[in-house]
Ligand binder design. Structure first.
Ligand code: FES
Ligand SMILES: [Fe+2]
Length: 352
């Protein structure tokens, strides 16, 4: 946590990209957890992901071609199917045989749901064909084919730990998220008190009503309430519900390497809503997220000089929880046992 790098969690589902970023018949290459991955969408819409490295000479497969079903290497034309198994070696003569099943680049389980492509990054030695025991997170109240209404992403030049701390930091907004139309004055801090409880792979701020004078009432209708869940390996899921509308906001931090992160912010909203406002919404989301990005760029400067960091109560208690659940996740894997949530319900107080 102190330095530039973070431990990366394995055996987890990560958000790779929006479904709309991968058209049928196309591929997208990405680095995730330091591994080169090539995503492809077959002509029938089915998505797969293979390791972006040809087992023949190690060249990235992204430089090759995709025929809508299999990926061909640019060097000698070997082809690989969705399981990462070689299906063709053009140089072979009729009397030469090779066991294709032994020539593999490796593949990853993927799920294409709710407009998002999720990828499972298994633990060492876990065979992808065994399949993950878990499911990627699902946005409550939305169907499998409900696409997001607004989405942005930004590269954060920091580890997932520092990205996560920013995500769950309740006291930076007045200083970082300022603009002429929003929170102009950081001196007017108010006391806050919120209840938290353990939840799946993390914790949540217990569902609470939003006061009727809040602007949310104009948008969501009556009896507006919100719940925010934080869970491994790096998701903040906010669920706002009123008599008229429901919105789920997902912020996902996906490790590119142990010191670089991609942050996605995605909103699902009840039918017919938000779509006309998409350009404005996405602009404001980008302005906000870029404010978070700018501070981690500045923080990196300090960390590169070897500066130490600290955590205080209660403002940084959630950062402590992050390190605790993460520690338990890694320990449970090392011990070969199930994850046991180490957190207890707690009320946190701060000024923001
Ligand atoms: S390097 Fe890929 S086919 Fe030879
Ligand atoms: Fe922020």
């Amino acid at each position: 946590m102190q330095g530039l790098k973070a431990d990366l969690l394995r055996g987890c589902w990560y958000l790779a990209m929006l479904s709309s970023d991968l058209a049928p018949g196309k591929t997208v290459a990405k680095t995730l957890l330091g591994e080169p991955v090539l995503f492809a969408r077959q002509a029938d819409g089915h998505v797969f992901a293979i390791r972006d490295a040809c087992p023949h000479r190690g060249i990235p497969l992204r430089y090759g071609n995709f025929d809508g079903k299999t990926v061909g290497c640019c060097y000698h034309g070997w082809r690989f199917d969705e399981s990462g198994t070689c299906t063709e070696i053009p140089s072979l003569r009729e009397d030469q045989s090779v066991d294709f099943s032994k020539i593999r680049c490796g593949s990853y389980p993927v799920v294409d749901r709710q407009g998002v492509i999720w990828i499972y990054m298994g633990v060492d030695g876990e065979a992808p064909e065994d399949g993950p025991m878990t499911e990627p997170p699902s946005m409550p109240g939305f169907a499998a084919d409900d696409a997001p209404k607004a989405a942005i992403k930004l590269p954060f030049p920091c580890s997932t730990d520092h990205a996560a701390f920013g995500l769950m930091d309740p006291t930076h907004a007045a200083f970082v998220h300022t603009s002429w139309w929003f929170k102009k004055d950081a001196t007017k801090l108010r006391p806050k008190e919120k209840k938290f409880e353990p939840s799946e792979l993390g914790w949540r701020m217990v569902r609470h009503p939003i006061p009727p004078q809040n602007i949310a009432y104009k948008i969501f209708g009556q009896n507006v309430s919100t719940e925010i869940a934080y869970r491994l390996p790096g998701y903040r899921i906010e669920h706002i519900e009123g008599s008229k509308h429901v919105v789920v906001g997902l912020t996902a931090i996906t490790p590119v390497t142990d010191e670089a992160t991609e942050v996605h912010q995605i909103f699902w909203a009840s039918a017919g809503w938000l779509k006309p406002l998409r350009p404005l919404t996405q602009h404001l989301m980008t302005v906000f997220l870029d404010q978070d990005r700018r501070v981690v760029v500045q923080q990196r400067e300090g960390l590169e000089q070897g500066n130490k960091t600290m955590l205080i109560n209660d403002a940084d208690t959630q950062a402590r929880w992050w390190m605790r659940v993460k520690g338990e996740w890694m320990q449970s894997q090392a011990d070969g046992r199930a994850f046991v949530n180490p957190l207890k319900p707690q009320t946190l107080r701060w000024r923001s």
